[in-house]
Design a protein around this ligand. Structure first.
Ligand code: ADP
Length: 463
């Protein structure tokens, strides 16, 4: 037998089998009960037969009773199942009445006084069965052992017919149970079929489609809900990936186009050495931009694949801030800006030093880039509960509220024109955010247009 592949068919089969088992147990129980009832009825009849026989024998035995003449019998079974059969023995084992009335019915073993008094079934040589009851009775002052019997053919026939009806109806019951189970399973599993059909239509181009949820509270509804959530996450990452690819190619294209046009212009006619120098300088500038961008992209790609090798140690935030400030001093000086470091003593955090440094460099670089000349930029390191906090505070142009939630996204630039001229590709803050999250911390921003911005990194304190 090949095992049915569909859940529906398997459910129907098991449903049928379970029902068959229950019905079979029930049928056997009913059959046993009916049998008990039938035998109880028969035994009751034998009881009555014995009482009648005892009454009759009390009136005295006929002289020829031992010969067993037809007239001597109070009743004559003559092979009819509804007529009882009687014989009687003296206590010393002599048959005193009914001899030969039931050919083939054996006498019980041993002396009559030891014969059991409970009703029992006796098999005849011809295969028939007789139910007998043996009890004592008195006849003319004598104690006799009287046996009454009735054919079991009626009881057996009834039982046989009943068993046959049950046996024939069981396969039908099984068939009906399988059919009903199949319909039931089909109805119950209908949402799965609908979900399967809909899921087949969901492709990379149609990720916005969702599975139907008929009843969010039931198991299928919950399953569809979970799959829909997964689809939503997939759709978001897919879109992010697409946007990232588009943005990355766009960003890489811009400096490449610039390099190409500078080269083409340079080749078009003879120029002075100074002009060539200027052209090569701008090509180098664009190349630097390209290098910085590909480095950032590489770094993010490594971060995404979880291959970044982080070694957390205890880092003094104040010391790190002073180091970064000293490194970027040249950039600030170009704009006559002043970078001030205010650090509480011993604010140590647990983090991978190079990634933490990279994040702080990106934040300070932005503050220098976007703040006007002569501005003061502050780096403040302090403790906040069980965390160490480093804030990069500037009085620059600030960020519009509608841009604020997006500044940490890749390639996001609040002000395209402004950032472009300042050389950013919109990757600095996403790298800073990754660096913080990879170190078990977070990054926050507060900003007000025309008043400045505060970028805050929060990391678990080292002790
Ligand atoms: P970019 O390389 O363009 O600076 P970032 O990811 O570092 O990219 O920053 C994203 C955007 O957030 C920037 O384009 C800029 O518009 C805005 N931004 C970041 N830092 C500041 C700041 N200190 N002041 C004003 N705007 C900022």
């Amino acid at each position: 037998m090949t095992w049915p592949r569909s859940v529906r068919a398997r459910l129907a089969f098991w449903h049928g089998l379970a029902l068959l088992a229950v019905v079979s147990v029930y049928a056997v129980a009913v059959l046993l009960q009916v049998r008990d009832d039938l035998y109880e009825g028969l035994d009751g009849q034998l009881d009555g037969d014995h009482a009648l026989a005892a009454q009759w024998l009390q009136r005295g035995l006929p002289a020829s009773s031992a010969a067993g003449s037809a007239e001597s019998s109070p009743r004559d079974n003559e092979g009819r199942p509804d007529v009882p059969w009687i014989d009687a023995w003296s206590l010393d084992g002599r048959l005193v009445f009914g001899a030969g009335r039931q050919p083939g019915l054996p006498s019980p073993e041993g002396p009559p006084t030891s014969w059991p008094h409970t009703p029992r079934t006796v098999g005849l040589a011809d295969g028939a069965h007789v139910r007998t009851l043996i009890r004592t009775a008195t006849a003319g002052g004598r104690t006799l052992i009287v046996r009454v019997g009735r054919s079991e053919s009626f009881v057996r026939q009834e039982l046989g017919e009943f068993a046959a009806v049950l046996a024939f109806s069981l396969p039908f019951a099984f068939g009906i149970a399988v059919g009903a189970g199949y319909l039931l399973a089909r109805r119950a599993l209908a949402p799965v079929s609908t979900m399967t059909m809909r899921a087949r239509q969901i492709t990379a181009e149609r990720l916005e489609d969702r599975l139907p949820v008929e009843n969010p509270a039931d198991e299928f509804g919950q399953l569809a809900g979970v799959i829909n959530d997964a689809l939503a996450r997939l759709e978001r990452s897919f879109h992010a990936l697409r946007r990232f690819t588009a943005d990355a190619s766009h960003e890489l294209r811009t400096p490449l186009t610039a390099i190409r046009s500078v080269g083409e212009v340079g080749l078009r006619e003879r120029r002075s050495e100074a002009e060539y120098r200027e052209m090569i300088g701008s090509i180098l500038e664009e190349t630097e931009r390209l290098t910085a961008m590909t480095d950032s992209l590489l770094m993010l790609a490594r971060a995404d694949s979880g291959k970044a090798d982080l070694r957390p140690t205890s880092v003094d935030l104040g010391g790190l801030a002073s180091g970064v400030a000293a490194d970027l001093e040249v950039l600030a000086e170009e704009k006559r800006q002043h970078v001030q470091v205010d650090a509480e003593a011993d604010v140590a955090v647990t983090a991978d030093r190079p990634t933490l440094r990279l994040a702080v460099i990106n934040l300070l670089d932005n503050a220098i880039k976007y703040s006007p000349e002569d501005a003061t930029i502050r780096l403040v390191a302090r403790r906040r509960g069980s965390n160490g906090v480093l804030e990069v505070i500037d009085n620059g142009p600030g960020i519009e509220p509608e841009h604020l939630p997006h500044v940490f996204e890749r390639f996001y630039r609040a002000d395209h024109a402004r950032s472009r001229t300042k050389g950013g590709a919109g990757l600095g803050l996403s790298i800073a955010r990754w660096a913080m999250e990879a170190n078990g911390g977070c990054i926050e921003v507060e900003s007000e247009v025309s008043r400045g911005s505060v970028f805050r990194i929060v990391l678990p304190a080292a002790d």
